[in-house]
Design a protein around this ligand. Structure first.
Ligand SMILES: C[S@@+](CC[C@H](N)C(=O)[O-])C[C@H]1O[C@@H](n2cnc3c(N)ncnc32)[C@H](O)[C@@H]1O
Length: 285
């Protein structure tokens, strides 16, 4: 059984100094700004390493078909034709939250764990010139790759920031819609992620997230495996606990809009893992 993990932020105030296109400086977006104990630090670094390496490979040549890109599984041919190979190659989401997002022109949308930027790039035309899409990711190489991808498409309404989803570098009540795709299961502090989502959303705002959950607690050997953690399986919460965290953060009208099997594999426990797409709202009042 993994030991209890302590988590303290030493720079809780991102303040108003966040640059439009990057982090806020003074180390607030760096891992060193977050004090973690025990193997929590190792897990976060392992996630960064895994996705940093993926960004590097995808940025060079896109991935081979054999690498089982999320873009091949969850996105239409017309969606894939819009984005650069490097964005498709880095796509590792667990669903397609955009299919349920009902985006309106002019909205401000925040993507938590934006990776190579696939969802942000696709949302750019939906929000139009008067809208804005902001991606946040803690892995520096992923942020660079996403920025390169947005530059290739000459998208002026998309920005990528480096930061942690447990302490989102975004003002409160500034966002109409939060999306996230295959990311929150990699956070050890999911309750903080949900309360941060609540903080940044405007009253009446909504989220649509795709993520991995489990029907029952997975074996300790899986939950304690760094390899399974970085794939989003080791840290997947039990569905009932996951939904409770969403409600505890203050969200209402919580709805599972899509459910499918989790990542393929032959192990016995795999049937317990599900990919859900969940919608919920922040109350108006
Ligand atoms: C499985 S990939 C999904 C990327 C993207 N959403 C997509 O659909 O392709 C997970 C991404 O989330 C980022 N990530 C994981 N945990 C994070 C955290 N606590 N804070 C910020 N980013 C995180 C990783 O760096 C990685 O780029």
């Amino acid at each position: 059984m993994a030991e209890a993990r302590k988590f303290v932020f030493v720079s809780p105030d991102y303040g108003s100094s966040i640059t439009e296109n990057g982090c806020c400086g003074s180390g607030c977006c760096d891992f060193e700004a977050v004090v973690l104990s025990g193997n929590a630090k190792d897990l976060t670094n392992a996630v960064k390493q895994r996705y940093g390496a993926l960004a590097e490979r995808a940025g060079k040549r896109g991935l081979e078909a054999s690498e089982n890109k999320a873009s091949d599984k969850f996105y239409s041919d017309s969606q894939c034709s819009i984005i650069p190979d490097e964005a498709a190659g880095a796509s590792t989401g667990s669903g397609n939250p955009l299919a349920y997002a009902d985006v309106v022109a002019g909205e401000t949308i925040l993507d938590l764990g934006s990776g190579g930027g696939i969802d942000c790039l696709l949302l750019s035309s939906s929000v139009g010139d008067s809208g804005r899409v902001i991606g946040v990711d803690m892995t520096p190489r992923m942020v660079s790759l996403a920025r390169d991808n947005a530059r290739k498409l000459e998208l002026a309404n998309v920005v990528f920031k480096r930061g942690h989803i447990e302490q989102i570098p975004q003002d409160e009540t500034s966002v109409d819609l939060v999306i996230s795709n295959g990311v929150i299961s990699q956070s050890e502090w999911k309750h903080m992620v949900f309360s941060e989502m609540f903080r940044v959303l405007k009253p009446g705002g909504r989220f649509v997230i795709s993520d991995l959950v489990t029907d029952e607690l997975l074996p300790d050997s899986i939950r304690d495996s760094t390899g399974q953690w970085v794939e989003g399986v080791g840290g997947a919460a039990v569905r009932s606990a996951y939904l409770r965290m969403i409600e505890s953060a203050g969200f209402v009208d919580v709805e599972i809009v899509d459910e499918r099997p989790g990542p393929n594999g032959t192990e016995e426990w795999r049937h317990l893992v599900k990919s859900l797409t969940i919608k919920a709202s922040k109350p108006l009042g």
